[in-house]
Structures are given as C-alpha cells and as structure tokens.
Design a protein around this ligand. Sequence first.
Ligand SMILES: CC(=O)SCCNC(=O)CCNC(=O)[C@H](O)C(C)(C)COP(=O)(O)OP(=O)(O)OC[C@H]1O[C@@H](n2cnc3c(N)ncnc32)[C@H](O)[C@@H]1OP(=O)(O)O
Ligand SMILES: N[C@@H](CCO)C(=O)O
Length: 380
Amino acid sequence: MTQGSAPPADRLPYGGWREGDPVAARRWVALEHPLELESGRHLPGVRLAYQTWGRLDREGSNAVLVLHALTGDAHLTGPAAPGQAGPGWWEGVVGPGLALDTDRYFVVAPNVLGGCQGSTGPSSKGPDGSPWGSRFPRLTLRDTVRAETALADALGVSSWAAVIGGSMGGMRALEWSLIHPDRVRRALVMACPAATSAWQIAWAAPQLHAIRSDPHWLDGDYHDTGRVPSEGLGVARRIAHITYRGSRELDERFGRLPQEGEDLDDRGRYAVESYLDHQAGKLVRRFDAASYVLLTEAMNAHDVGRGRGGVATALKAMPERTIVAGVDTDHLYPLHQQEEIACHLPVPGRVRVIESAQGHDGFLTATDQVSALVEELLAR
Ligand SMILES: CC(=O)SCCNC(=O)CCNC(=O)[C@H](O)C(C)(C)COP(=O)(O)OP(=O)(O)OC[C@H]1O[C@@H](n2cnc3c(N)ncnc32)[C@H](O)[C@@H]1OP(=O)(O)O
Ligand SMILES: N[C@@H](CCO)C(=O)O
C-alpha cells in the first residue's frame, strides 16, 4: 500500500486535488493489489482520496468515518483548495468544539470509489494509460466499503468509533456496519433505505436515460474527446434536484414568479426553472457523468439483505448503538424507509425526525438538528 499527500499524477481532478494543495490533510492511498469486486471482477490501480481532521489517539479508538452522498466529496469543512468552489458540505457540524469535535475525534472522509473527486473512477486512467470510460467495471456499494477497508488499515484504525452518512453515505454506513461488525462501534444512518425501492429506481431511470441519450456520451467513452455529455448530465441533475427538495419549499420560494429580468411571454423562464438550470450548471462543472451513472447504478443495486437472508435478518447485525434519522419532507427516501431500518435493529428504536422544509437535502442543510444527532450518538 502506498500513500501520499499530493494527488495521483495520472488523475484529472474535477474537485480540488492539485499539486501543492495547501491543506496538508488532503491525501490519497493506493491499494497494492487489484480490488476483488462483488461481481468477481478485479479492479487494479485503485486509489482513494480522503481528508482528515484531528489526530488519531494512541489506542486508535477515536476515529470517525464520514461518508458523503452521491455528488459529495471528501471536503467536510475548511478552506477550499485553489480552484475548488465553496466551503465543505458539513460546515457547522465538524470542527473544533462542534458536534463532531475535531479536538477529540480523528475524522476521516474518503471520496467514494467510482467518484470523480480524487478517487479512482471512470474518468481515471486505466492500466493502459487511457481513461477507463466504459471499461470501468460495475460497482456495488459493498465494493466501495471493501476499498475503504484498506484505507482504515493504512490509517491504523482498527475500529471506527462511529460511521456516519446520509443518502448514499447512509447506505454505505449500513454496509460498513454489516461487512465489518467488529470494526464499527456506532452508526448514524440518515435519509436512506435498507434496500433501494422501485420509486427510487424509477426516479433514477430518466436521469440515466438523459445522460446516455446525450450525443457526447459515446457509450461512456468520451473522456478523451474534449466533449462531455453536459446536456444529459444537466437534465439528470434537474430531475434529481426536484427530488432532493420539498414541494412546499419550492412553491413558497418561487411561486409562479418569472425569473427576474425575464418575460414569460417572450421565452422567459419561471424562477424555479432558472433555479434548476443553475443547479444543473453547477453540477456539470464539478462532476463526471460516467461517475454519476456508475454510482446511481450502485445505489439502485443497494439491498442490505442481498445474500444475508433478507433485510430483517441482515439488520440484526447492526451495532447496538445505531441511530436512524430521516427528514419529514423527504419524498425521495420517505420516513417509512428509515422506520423499517429502525424496527429491525438489534435494539429497535424510534426514527429521529429531522424537521426541514428542504426535503431530502435536510440532512445537509439542517445542521443544528444533525449536530444534535451526532452528539447523541457519540455520547452513547
Ligand atoms: C453529502 C454531500 O456531500 S452532498 C454534496 C453537497 N453539495 C451538493 O449537493 C451540491 C448541490 N447543492 C445542493 O444540493 C444544495 O444546494 C445544498 C444542499 C448544498 C444547499 O442547499 P441550500 O443552501 O438550500 O441552497 P439552494 O438549494 O437554495 O441553492 C442556492 C443556489 O441557488 C441559486 N438560486 C436561487 N434562486 C435562483 C434562481 N431563481 N435562479 C438561479 N439560481 C438561483 C442561489 O443563487 C444559490 O447559488 P449558489 O449555490 O451558486 O450560491
Ligand atoms: N444534494 C445531494 C443529495 C443526494 O443525496 C447530492 O448531490 O449528493
């Protein structure tokens, strides 16, 4: 296993992974051997990008793993790297004296395998030096956990004090706990299901279709062409973003208003259309379409019960100290899915409800309530 603090030289980052990055704790780890995937295939040359905050104690017992959502990254908090847009995605939750107190805990956030923010994914160069593109193997979320097992080993973390995640991060927190029951002491699982439902696969379908219909998609082999399937990815993000937000929220924020300075009678847009255009444009600038497809398919395949005797049996192996939370207005991953998880835990409990108008994104925006959950988890 090799490790470093500079980005892998063969990586064209979409995020902030550049030579001379001023934040010392942005690192990567390279797996020595090809990663054996759930499919039986092997993925060579795996590198995982990650960031850390705080220090690991002598016993190696104070490490907390935070797992990001679909288009997230390893940057939880702190100054952005040069060229990287914006602060971290969990500002106010992680830091000195905050709920995830970096004076006490060693916080680790990897970029998911298959992603495009520093870790190996379809846009990385394959063994022959050209981008993986369509040759990149299908992944499951279990594969992403197996890759991170090597990261935990490299960091000297024998067991995590807690594994925390929302949405895809929550699915992966479940898988971490079930693959390594001896290495996860607590879990906080937010806004995700035990198994992806028809409703969620249905919402993903037009997104995948939009990307694959883009003339620049080229069956996933576009990385060397100088063109990217930005129209398709933009449509996918618009669809996804509607599912991430509250219906009442959008009504109250935008109503039937036209976008400022635009005339609806002269091809102008409604304000909400402009908002979705903005969200699409931001994602297209920071995310790779092939990673989006790969990870969406990995989420579609998510089922903690697969090969474990079903969901109810599988969840019995979760840590006793598990908190499950959902957002009251989340119409993508509705609360009944978190209730299902909570009722099958070894210590069945009630779901913690995050009250937020902002739908699924509540686990990102309601930082005070999320902080309270993190504090409760770590106090147990
Ligand atoms: C766990 C993870 O790692 S997930 C990764 C986190 N990041 C993302 O998901 C990126 C996508 N963004 C989001 O999902 C959300 O914006 C969040 C959750 C990050 C933040 O949500 P909020 O703070 O509620 O932001 P909101 O949805 O209101 O969007 C604000 C943006 O819309 C823009 N906007 C608002 N109204 C309009 C409009 N009528 N026309 C155009 N743009 C508009 C704002 O100017 C602002 O732009 P900026 O982000 O470039 O500054
Ligand atoms: N806004 C989040 C929602 C997905 O859970 C993301 O883009 O990853």
